[in-house]
Design a protein around this ligand. Sequence first.
Ligand code: MN
Length: 254
Amino acid sequence: MRILLTNDDGINAPGLYVLEKIAAQLSDDIWICAPSEEQSGAGHSLTLTRPVRMREHAPKRFSVTGTPTDSVTMGIKKAMPGPPDLILSGVNRGANLGDDVTYSGTVSAAMEGALAGIRSIALSQVYSGEGHGNNVSFSAAEAWGAKVLKPLLDAPFAPRTLINVNFPPLAAEDVKGIRVVRQGFHDYARGSVVEGMDPRGFPYYWFGLHGIEHTLGHNSDLEAIAEGYISVTPLQLDLTHDASLAQIASRYTA
Ligand code: MN
C-alpha cells in the first residue's frame, strides 16, 4: 500500500513526524509532499497567480511552495510514480472540528485527495490553552493513530467523501475511546481581531483563534472531543442543502 502524507503546518511540522510514525505501522511505502511553510487556515485554496516550486529533500520527501491542495496535486502528479492508495493529512497542530473544517488546510488536503478518487483521511490533534502552540503534545494521536486508521483502510468510501479525525487534548491513556459522529457547529464567536501598530506607525490586524466553545449538539465531533473521545466524521464534498432546493426553485417560477 502506497501512502502519501501531507501536513498544512509545513514540511518540518512536528505533527508530520508523528504521522510518519503512524503510517509506518501501516506500510513501508510512504511518500511525503507538504507545503514548504505553514499554511494553516488556507482552506481549499489553489495557487493560480504564481508558479510553485517543488524541492526533493530526501527520497520520497518533497516540499512545495504552495498550499496543502497544491501539495496533494504535486504529490500525485509529479512527485510520485503513480497515485497513492491512501492520503493522510496531518497530524494537524490544533482542532479541525465543526464548521471550522472549511477553513482547514488539513481537511482540504484530504478533500483534494477525495476529488482525485483516492481514499483520504485528515487527522488533527486538539490542544487546550492559547499561546501554547509550540508545546503541543501529540501523545493521543501517536498512540491511537494506527488503531483509528486500520478499520478505515478497507471500509467503503463513497465517491467525493473523506474522513475527518480529531484526537482529544489528553494523555494517550486518558482517551476514552473512539466515536463516529457527525460534524457539529460553533457559535459564531469568531475569535478575536487583535489590533497592533507596526514599526512605521501603521495599524495592523491579526486574527486570533477561538477556543472550542460550542453549543453542545448530540453526536457531534465537538461533543465527542469535549467528553474525551476521538472523533471520526465522514464528510462529503457536495455542500448542496437538499431541503432548500425545491423551496428556492419555487421563487423563480412564474
Ligand atoms: Mn495547521
